[in-house]
Design a protein around this ligand. Sequence first.
Ligand code: NAD
Length: 265
Amino acid sequence: MEDKNNIYFFYKHTKSMQETVEPLKQLATSQGLNVVDDVQKANIIVSVGGNNAFLQATRKTNFRSDCLYVGVSTDREGFYPDFTINEIDKMFEAFENQNIEVKRLSTLEVTIDDEKPFYCLNECSIRSNVIKTFVLEVFIDDMHFETFRGDGMIVSTPTGSTAYNKSVRGAVVDPRLPSLQVSEIASLNNNTYRTLGTSFLLSGDRTLRLKVVQDGNDFPIIGADNEALSIRHAEDIKIRLSDKQVKVLKLKDNTFWHKVQRNFL
Ligand code: NAD
């Protein structure tokens, strides 16, 4: 068996999910794929669940660039999963025929206080952990851009633009546009405090820097996709597009904009 055929199934280990995934494993074996239990040995990682499972699969496997990720949805279609469990044959056919493409999805690299960076596929969110507003000095590269006072900020990738970012009226961004979008959560705007008041899009070669003003409210909640980092002191948060890209198997006639249309219109 060639190494490139090593397939790993990522799913929540509940009894019902195990019952759902077992036939998939058997099908994979019958198709000549080698099902592995050690994710380190995999070169195809299949998430079974929905967007949530796909986000977890990429995070828990450290956004591997030497692997092909595939999303399988257990109910309705997701933004990341292109395949549904009821039409699983399509996934196995896709491994063999030409009706697929491999998309490279952007991730964010987030560095807090010069510690080891972490990565996000949807977004990084920074929110106050108390009722009081908190203050962020916002820098674009080295330029001081604005002083934010409010609940927090969301910095999203293009594929994350349809998630949390959209709920705060951020724009939906074509994933072909390497960029990061900065969206406010409830900014205070009056004669004393002023922010841009709209979302803005930064080119992929820029760095956003957020300095948390140390006024006793300097333990923000930092969210990386669907996980919250443990609450801790943060002073300097640097966010840029990462060199790490997630390779994902997609059906050819199922673009991001088809999904936007089907999900929102
Ligand atoms: P969840 O259970 O809180 O569900 C959030 C919803 O967002 C689900 O329906 C999920 O399928 C959907 N979703 C996730 N990624 C998406 C994407 N790229 N485009 C469109 N929809 C998407 O948590 P989850 O399923 O683990 O998803 C985590 C995401 O939820 C976070 O990354 C964040 O974007 C989003 N979120 C949204 C809000 C909000 O809209 N107010 C608040 C917190 C988190």
